[in-house]
Design a protein around this ligand. Sequence first.
Ligand code: SF4
Ligand code: SF4
Length: 127
Amino acid sequence: MSIPAVRIRYDCLKCPGYCCSYPRIEVKDADLLRLARHFGLDVEVAERRFTRRYRDEDNDERILRHRKDHIYGSICRFFDTEARRCTVYVARPAVCRQYPNGAKCGYYEFIRFERRHQDDPDFIPSA
Ligand code: SF4
Ligand code: SF4
C-alpha cells in the first residue's frame, strides 16, 4: 500500500526567506561536522567562524551567526541577501531541513494573504 503524498502548501521561491531571519537557529554537533566538511575546515574553525553561543536562564545553544539584511534587519550568515536563498543548502543544519514541520508555513500564509489583500504580488509585510 502506498502512502499518499502530502501536498506542500508553501512556496519558498515566493518568499524572501523569513525563517532564515530567526535569531536562534541551532547547530548541533552533527550539523557543525557537516558544515565543516562542506567547507573543508576543522570543526573548531567552523565553529568559531559560523556559530556563536546563545545563553539565557533556560538555554545554552550553539547558533548560526547572522549578517545584516535589508528586509529583516538581520539574517543567517549563509543567506544570500540578493538572491534570497541559502548558500549551503546541501549542508544546512537539521532544524532548517525540518522547518516548517508540516505542509503549511504560517509566514507564507501571512504573506500570501497580504499580497492578495494589497493586490501586490511582491509585497513584503513586516513580520
Ligand atoms: S518562511 Fe516559510 S515560505 Fe518562507 S522560506 Fe521559510 S519555509 Fe519557505
Ligand atoms: S543555513 Fe541556510 S536554510 Fe538554514 S538558516 Fe541559514 S540560510 Fe537559512
